[in-house]
Structures are given as C-alpha cells and as structure tokens.
Design a binder for this molecule. Structure first.
Ligand SMILES: [Zn+2]
Length: 71
C-alpha cells in the first residue's frame, strides 16, 4: 500500500510539547534529537494560515506501528 504520509493524531488534540516535537505524538514520552523519529512535515492550519508541522515520535511507537519501512 502506497501511503503519502504516516497518519498522526490531530495536532489540535495534542499538547504544545507534542506540537513542538519535544514529546512523542502518541505516548507523550520526552524526546531528544537522539531518540526522536521524524514523521515528516505536513501542512496544518494555524489561525487561518497554512504552516508546516514537524511531528515526531519515539522509537518504541515507531517500531510498534511497523514504520521501519519509512526510515
Ligand atoms: Zn511514543
């Protein structure tokens, strides 16, 4: 199955730390540059303006969701 991007939670439902990429978007564990996996930039609406969001997750959630193919 060719999917354009990894499905992530609605950013509006996440904490500011998750939106900033300092916590995993799924399990909220604190992330560092060494432990975070980038999920790819995606456009979101911020007060009527389209901006790019860079969600990140931890290795555990990455593996659990079988995202290894995304690298
Ligand atoms: Zn996680």
């Amino acid at each position: 199955m060719a999917t354009a991007e990894i499905a992530v939670p609605d950013p509006a439902a996440l904490s500011s730390s998750q939106q900033r990429g300092t916590q995993c978007v799924w399990c909220t564990i604190a992330l560092t540059n060494g432990t975070a996996r980038n999920l790819g930039p995606r456009p979101i609406d911020a007060h009527g303006t389209s901006v790019l969001w860079f969600p990140r997750c931890c290795h555990h959630c990455w593996d659990e969701r079988g995202l290894a193919e995304w690298r």
